[in-house]
Design a protein around this ligand. Structure first.
Ligand code: BG6
Ligand code: MG
Length: 234
């Protein structure tokens, strides 16, 4: 395989299981606001930014009308959710890196791959620091500087550009439907980790991070490249 390649990682639910902390924080907020919110509802929030997540919760409760929840009240609610979330992530340690990730990162380093974190989370730098992974990637996207949230491809395209690579030379790894759609719209090969909602299925669906093996991913990506008309070496 010649030519530089990039592997772009989502954070929450891919590098570590913060997806459950996001759920617990939303659940606490929902309880205070008198909103119904289930784990199944939470699947729709994965990969989605803070404000849009609240809006989805309100929609699910038939409260999407502007009169129900004015902008200032929304901002106060999402700020509170973030306080709850930050309380939970204080307990994160390097032991919370998901299985298979350290080995996969080693494989990538040995193979000369470029790596980036393409997360929608404004807490990503803090979480990476707590995991001991802050220095492990060539680039970490700044969620505060991303104008269009997933499923828009912006964060993945920004990562590819920062790595000096064309989108088709990059592979994205995601656990959410919004994220898989964003990778797809960025014209990149997508690896899905236990993606539950699949209106756009990942190009390579995996059951867990333990299945992240470079040879298998590159084999599937090469097939995809041929079909997509990029040739074998993307
Ligand atoms: C994504 C999570 O990675 O980040 C979402 O999947 C979350 O659940 C989003 O809402 C934004 O995170 P934060 O930390 O900026 O509220
Ligand atoms: Mg995720």
């Amino acid at each position: 395989m010649s030519g530089k390649r990039g592997i772009l990682f989502d954070l929450d639910g891919v590098l570590t299981d913060t997806a459950r902390y996001h759920y617990l924080a939303w659940k606490r907020l929902a309880g205070e606001l008198g909103l119904a919110f289930s784990q199944e509802d939470n699947e729709r929030l994965k990969g989605v930014d803070r404000l849009r997540s609240l809006e989805i919760m309100l929609e699910l409760n038939g409260m999407s009308g502007a009169g129900c929840f004015p902008p200032a009240k929304k901002q106060a609610a999402i700020a509170r959710k973030n306080v709850y979330y930050r309380e939970l992530i204080r307990q994160i340690t390097p032991g919370d890196i998901l299985p298979g990730i350290p080995e996969f990162l080693e494989e990538l380093r040995a193979g000369g791959f470029r790596t980036a974190v393409a997360s929608a989370s404004k807490n990503a730098p803090d979480v990476l620091e707590r995991l001991g992974l802050a220095e492990r990637f060539d680039y970490v996207a700044d969620a505060c500087a991303i104008a269009k949230a997933k499923p828009d491809p912006e964060v993945f395209l920004v990562c590819a550009e920062a790595l000096g690579l064309k989108p088709e030379a990059c592979i994205g790894i995601e656990d959410s439907q919004a994220g898989v759609e964003a990778i797809h719209r960025a014209a990149m090969f997508s690896v899905g980790i236990h993606v539950r909602v699949t209106s756009i299925p990942p190009d390579l669906p995996l059951g867990s991070t333990g299945e992240l093996k470079l040879e298998r991913i590159l084999g599937a990506a090469a097939q995809w490249s041929k079909h997509a008309g990029y040739g074998e070496e993307t």
